[in-house]
Design a protein around this ligand. Structure first.
Ligand SMILES: CC(C)(COP(=O)(O)OP(=O)(O)OC[C@H]1O[C@@H](n2cnc3c(N)ncnc32)[C@H](O)[C@@H]1OP(=O)(O)O)[C@@H](O)C(=O)NCCC(=O)NCCS
Length: 203
């Protein structure tokens, strides 16, 4: 049984409700090069016409909302998706923080607490897939105890790439130009019951 509600110093984390989704609908856009992560990106719609983050009734998912303790506003989501309940493995995650509240330590604070609690509840391994050209996300997940276990190349569906712009040029080693599209490196990251204890001993 996964945890239902956890507190951190600035937030409350609890299972997402339909009312939370209404707030998330009003989040603004992320800046370039992160617009692909916009909550209303049409590519994020599933067969039923709803966005991936609205699929809160699905059997193989548990979505958590992060609320500010002071105002009770929803400022983030940690969606655990593709859960194999028999093998006790979570195969992927979707994480978003409200665009105006990124880079303020909220993901590190909440994800580290949540991962610890979920692994203590009997889940053996939690994996996620993250673009290598999103070092903020990679860095945050590493701080939460996750490690890179493999990589893979996927078609880039994000903002147009222009190597003259330093935004993209710094990521050259993670980008490959094909005929009329770009491939980009993704990392698969994982945390397990075993790895979390060695991470905790180091910190
Ligand atoms: C990625 C995301 C979930 C991280 O949450 P967050 O609350 O902003 O992250 P935190 O502030 O806890 O931690 C980010 C860390 O990355 C660091 N960082 C920021 N920009 C960076 C960059 N360009 N390169 C390397 N590290 C960077 C920050 O300094 C911070 O580390 P520090 O605390 O040691 O200084 C959030 O920014 C977000 O929702 N981004 C848009 C959507 C997205 O990218 N989702 C993830 C898809 S996998």
């Amino acid at each position: 049984m996964l945890p239902k509600r956890i507190s951190t110093s600035r937030t409350m984390i609890r299972v997402t409700t339909p009312d939370d989704l209404k707030q998330i609908h009003n989040w603004l856009s992320y800046p370039v090069p992160f617009t692909e992560y916009n909550m209303k990106n049409p590519l994020g719609k599933e067969k039923d016409g709803k966005y991936w983050w609205e699929q809160i009734e699905t059997q193989d998912r548990v979505h958590y909302s992060v609320l500010l303790l002071e105002t009770k506003e929803v400022i983030g989501i940690h969606a655990f998706i593709s859960i194999d309940w028999n093998k006790h493995i979570i195969n992927n995650m979707g994480i978003r923080f409200r665009p105006d509240l990124c880079d303020k330590g909220f993901c590190t604070e909440t994800l580290s607490t949540l991962l610890k609690s979920i692994l203590a509840s009997g889940i053996k391994s939690i994996k996620l897939d993250v673009s290598a050209i999103n070092p903020r996300a990679v860095n945050c997940y590493k701080k939460c105890g996750m490690s890179i276990i493999s990589d893979a190349w996927y078609k880039h569906y994000g903002d147009p790439i222009d190597l003259k712009n330093p935004i993209w040029a710094v990521h050259l080693q993670h980008l490959k130009q094909e005929k009329d599209f770009w491939l980009r490196r993704h990392y698969i990251m994982e945390i397990t019951k075993k790895s979390i204890s060695s991470h905790q001993n180091k910190n």
